[in-house]
Design a protein around this ligand. Structure first.
Ligand code: UDP
Length: 238
């Protein structure tokens, strides 16, 4: 395909918190809503998704209460796969073709992670959902979002946040003078310790000049708008 006909391709990062609606487990109403918004963009934008798992387990938390860190991290990764299956189901109910690719082999529920195959799926209008993180303990799904975006050659990482609609100069919940930023550089975010995603992920985006949009889930149609490339939220650049 020539550069003119190349479609926009995005990597959407959905945290586990989003799936659970703030609770443990999957909130079907929330996931259905997200699926409906993604479905609007099929055929227009190529979409890959990295799903978090914090609504089930976070390795660091389990390890703080006495578990072996690596084993706890594997539990965290397995949790992300349950979110993938939930999202897959609601997307398919909207008529969207999907594939789940897992970094940990589990042939009955997901393909293995094969990047070139993921690209091929997207070219065929399938939404690809990446589960089980990197398959490696001590990593986060934010870092995986950056890595997968780079490997499948996405134009942008879209970080969906709940409870906030972008990056602010200070915490808007505690500081009334906080104002929302339209743009920010990774250097500024790292220096000012602004946690839009974890530092490993930001460094990876910075080093490879990958842009990121931090946006709020809550506004009507925001996921659709972010996928289409509307400048809602805050754009972070290298
Ligand atoms: N995890 C991991 N390696 C990875 C991705 C995730 O070990 O490559 C584990 C880690 O324990 C993490 C958990 O899976 O706490 C859930 O992922 P994460 O906390 O990133 O999910 P989110 O905060 O986005 O819901």
């Amino acid at each position: 395909t020539s550069p003119e006909t190349k479609r926009r391709r995005v990597l959407l990062k959905l945290s586990g918190e989003v799936f659970g609606g703030g609770k443990v487990g999957v909130d079907p109403k929330t996931v259905r809503g997200i699926a409906e918004q993604i479905a609007q963009t099929v055929g227009e934008v190529e979409v890959a998704i990295v799903v978090g798992g914090g609504n089930f387990f976070r390795g660091a938390e389990l390890s703080a209460s006495g578990m072996d860190r690596s084993r706890a991290d594997y539990m965290g990764m397995l949790g992300t796969v349950m979110n993938c299956l939930a999202l897959q189901d609601f997307l398919e109910q909207c008529g969207v073709e999907t594939r789940v690719q897992s970094a940990i082999a589990m042939a009955q529920v997901a393909e293995n992670y094969i990047p070139r195959r993921a690209i091929r799926h997207m070219e065929k209008d399938r939404v690809v959902i990446f589960g089980a993180g990197a398959g490696l303990p001590y990593f986060s799904t934010d870092t995986v979002a950056a890595q997968r975006a780079l490997e499948v050659d996405a134009d942008e990482v879209l970080m969906a946040k709940s409870g906030v609609d972008g990056v602010y100069t200070a915490d808007p919940k505690t500081d009334p003078t906080a104002t929302k930023l339209d743009t920010l550089t990774y250097t500024e975010a790292l220096v000012k310790n602004i946690r839009v995603m974890d530092q490993t992920a930001m460094t990876m985006c910075q080093d490879n000049k990958l842009d990121m949009l931090v946006f709020g889930m809550e506004g009507e149609g925001n996921v659709t708008r972010a996928i289409r490339g509307e400048r809602i939220g805050t754009t972070v650049t290298a």
